[in-house]
Ligand binder design. Sequence first.
Ligand code: SER
Length: 608
Amino acid sequence: MYLTKFDIRIIIFIMKYTAREVKEIFLNFFQKNNHKKIKNSSIIPENDDSLLFINAGMAPIKNVFTGEQIPESKKMCNIQTCIRTNDIDSIGDMHHLSSFCMLGSWSIGDYFKEGAIKLAYDFLVNELKIPKKKLYVTVFSGDSKRNLPADEESEGLWQEVGVEKSHIVRKPFEDNFWRMGEGESPCGPCTEVFFDTENEKIKSYEETGFFDDKNRYIEIWNAGVFMQYLQHEDGTYSKLKMNSVDTGAGMERMIMALNNFKSVYESEIFMPIIQLIKNNVPNCNEKSLRIIVDHIRSSVYIINAGVEAGNLKRGYILRQLLRRAIRHLKSIGANETLLQNIARSTIENLDKCGLNPDWAFTKEEIIQKITSEQEKFSKLLVSGLKTFEEFIANKNNIKNGKINSALVFKLYDTFGFPFEITKELANEKGLKVDDKEFNELFDQHKNISKGETGKVFKSGLADVSEQTIKLHTATHLLHSALKKVLGENVNQKGSNITPERLRFDFNFERKLTDDELMQVENLVNNLIEKNLAVICEEMDYEKAKKSGAIGLFQNKYGDKVRVYSIGEYSKELCSGPHVENTKALGKFKITKEESSSAGVRRIKAILQ
Ligand code: SER
């Protein structure tokens, strides 16, 4: 069907809920319920090397759950653009996206399961008026291996608010225990809300039977991650000092449910771009269409955040998204020039829907970055596809349905095919590829392994024990002492504090002399001995900067920031926690000074 721009405007006009409306309804509801709206963050994590992209509304504020940082308010909400490429294979179905807007709400040490479940039900049934019969919820079934009990409390609470027992599904650890990844992370059982699409091809859920959460029931809200544990690197759990709630709903899915759409792509967020492609390429494959519009939207967000396509980490994710979109454009027979029109239309439509980031580049600059990747890849794509076809035509190159990994690596290395593209090509032929073997080849070539696109390491405070807090205050004194002894240009480049020691990285071109180290150490000890009060003040970000406070943090938690002062010697933007007076610190001792990387030195120190 050919739709004109006028038709599209009419469709948007008659839609029940648009992105602008859903965002407004969500924020109004939570603000009315005393949640403070906090600012959203860039999709690139700040001061956090453990993630490549912000993948949930809680990621920028994850340290408030452990008590490492003091929240702006105990009850908060916001809307956060997220990038999630871990289930990139699912994109093309009705509801997975590689970027989305998360509607998030939090209770930090305030209400817990009961409050969260009451709010969730009230929002869905009374505010959004979703019929009760369309809603199903899942709860954690427990995990005896990991010593984690079933979440019977949530199951009871859902029934109390009005959800039928037959609409409550118990799910295992893999589905209903939320954590940020395998490493150290606040975590807990979660309860999710699903919407019944009433897909007639799939039988409706019957108690204890199969719950088809791919084709019939779609998750619309993680209505409560009940943060009560800290997951340690070794896979064990300890209890957090306070119980908190983290919730997140994908706005695009919420819009799909509210409008009874068959997929997220029917909303005003994607429809004009889908239509643009259909108008140029009649009868194209629906899955390809979805992959193209999804991947180009995410690429626009990522490029605007300053990432360049490449072979490492964020750059690799961007390359993977762009090249996969380019390959799908080729597979539907689109003219190469269509890509720039898709990019233009995507950018313009983000503005129209109110989903635009603060633009760091002009429209033309972003389009140019996208087409430059197309120029690099187009020719390689043609010859790579030919090589692939020739290779799989020879039966000797395939064993047990699996393509020889040397080819997969060659396609990556010589033809610039991200692994995911080759995997997809293979799947389309009913063949498989081997991730493990590919990664081994990758490592042998001293290149980035796919694994490196995930977690890296955690920095900051390891915990909030008394000793760690003391070392944190000592770090502020060290920072100011380094500036005094080595010059005001010295700035923090990193910090990691455990109960045993502090580790502080700063810019400086050469090794420090023994004399300089002694001066720094003495200065810190002199300040400690002055019994200085540590004062915390809340102020506007701009005012804090003007006041001469130093610090790495950006105003990601809102306009107000905290400034910690130690006498007149140190003034730093920081979220805490700190001791009340330097007299608590004892004796400061530098144990090591070494190079950290080019132009960056590292000091380790203890308190005796
Ligand atoms: N962090 C949880 C999630 O991503 C809730 O927002 O599902």
